[in-house]
Write a protein that binds this ligand. Structure first.
Ligand SMILES: [Zn+2]
Length: 93
């Protein structure tokens, strides 16, 4: 029989429950308080692995998008592009 971790919304405890049948109509009950408002948890290991794979897939694409949209956003580049180093050149007397 598979063992699943559940969190009980009544006593806020995480409990391990034996599930006799998948798709059982009977709501599993909390062994601590007997409450039936329990929600199955995704294992932390599986959650961690999925997060890592998402980052590995997202990161290279994101870097390329940033590079394409902003080829050079360095301070020196912007100063030269908009001539910010000579803001008052027309007013010089
Ligand atoms: Zn409980």
């Amino acid at each position: 029989m598979p063992v699943y971790e559940y969190t009980c919304m009544d006593c806020k405890k995480v409990v391990s429950l034996l599930i006799r049948r998948i798709g059982d109509d009977v709501q599993p009950a909390c062994p601590e308080c007997g409450g039936t408002d329990v929600h199955r948890l995704i294992s932390s290991f599986a959650f961690h692995q999925s997060q890592v794979s998402k980052f590995e897939q997202l990161d290279p694409k994101y870097e390329k998008m940033v590079d394409a949209a902003n080829p050079d956003l360095s301070f020196e580049s912007l100063v030269k592009k908009y001539k910010l180093d000579r803001p008052n050149s027309k007013r010089e007397e």
